[in-house]
Design a protein around this ligand. Structure first.
Ligand code: M6R
Length: 321
């Protein structure tokens, strides 16, 4: 359930960090991560559904910190698209269950091409877990609900660690930066707890929003895949129509749909892209759209333009997703 997320995230990271010096020490992966990550020149990440959205967040993290090119694919597309694997490629599969047929097929395709596979999985000894060369476990506990929640958050935490471990192996991370990121990650479970305790906000917002005909979830950078996931969750749990978009794409079509029956859910933390997101909201508002925004800290301008403003604990791009 949703309220297990703080524990799930804590248990996902716990085996892989050394709290005596705040470093990442990938353990039990099944291959020498320093050596493998040091050698790889290209990463493919394959997954389906929510797991695919975590892959997209992983792409932002790994490229930003480790400077290794990352390509994400929906497994059902990847397996049929005759992918090209340059030398020194690594394929990362993400699957909570470890049984998703398309993801398993993508893993087999990579293995047949001689590509090393690292699996991020929740279920030990599942089909994908058994076929992979390396293993990272979500340690999220049994996912009972169909809508993935704690496995999603635990996966993001593992991708945080993976981005640090690859950056470390590539010599792109100073000891000080590494310790700072590890501290941020260590702080995440308590921050998730804080957000879950805002259920009053959610109840109030939900009661005014249930009449809408549609929802447009928007975000930029690491928050873009989170917007996709938000829209998916609303479809899956509330049976309402929702679409996720990169905020910059709003003006390239979906703007036409915005009117008083449409709610725009904007992920707008205070970062270098904040002004751009704010101007998206101004356009949405001008067309009569309802605005729900999610940001960090007191933010008078965001609050003023929003029908509902949810304030997250202060955190940076690394852990906000
Ligand atoms: O077990 P998997 O992670 O491979 O499952 C992939 C998707 O079916 C899954 O993420 C699905 O989209 C979520 N449960 C939706 O909440």
């Amino acid at each position: 359930g949703a309220f297990e997320q703080p524990r799930a995230v804590a248990e996902a990271i716990q085996p892989h960090i050394d709290l005596s010096n705040f470093t990442v020490a990938m353990s039990g992966v099944g291959f020498d991560t320093k050596k493998v990550f040091g050698e790889i020149e290209r990463i493919f990440i394959v997954a389906c559904g929510s797991s695919y959205y975590t892959a997209l967040v992983g792409e932002y993290m790994i490229e930003r910190l480790a400077r290794i090119p990352v390509e994400c694919d929906i497994a059902s597309e990847f397996r049929y698209r005759y992918p090209v694997f340059p030398k020194n490629s690594l394929l990362i599969s993400i699957s909570q269950s470890g049984e998703t047929a398309d993801t398993l097929a993508a893993v087999r395709l990579a293995k047949a091409a001689g590509v090393k596979v690292l699996s991020i999985c929740n279920v030990r000894n599942s089909s994908i877990d058994r076929e992979a060369d390396g293993h990272l476990y979500m340690n999220a506990g049994t996912e009972v609900g169909v809508a993935s929640t704690k496995a999603f958050s635990a996966t993001l935490a593992l991708l945080n660690l993976l981005s640090l471990a690859t950056a470390q192996a590539k010599g792109k991370l100073t000891v000080i930066e590494e310790a700072d990121y590890v501290r941020q990650l260590q702080a995440a479970p308590a921050q998730i707890e804080t957000v879950l305790n805002l259920d009053k906000f959610f109840k109030k917002a939900a009661s005014t929003l249930k009449e809408f005909k549609g929802f447009l979830y928007l975000g930029r950078n690491v928050h873009y895949p989170i917007a996709l996931e938000g829209a998916l969750k609303l479809k899956e749990l509330a049976y309402m129509h929702a679409e996720g978009y990169a905020a910059g794409e709003m003006k390239h079509g979906p703007l036409a749909l915005i009117d008083k029956n449409m709610a725009v859910v904007m992920l707008a933390p205070r970062d270098e892209l904040f002004e751009k997101s704010l101007s998206n909201l101004e356009e949405a508002k001008a067309r009569g759209g309802q605005v729900i925004s999610i940001g960090t800290g007191a933010n008078a301008r965001l609050e003023q333009i929003s029908n509902h403003y949810l304030v997250l604990p202060e955190a940076g791009w690394f852990t906000l997703p």
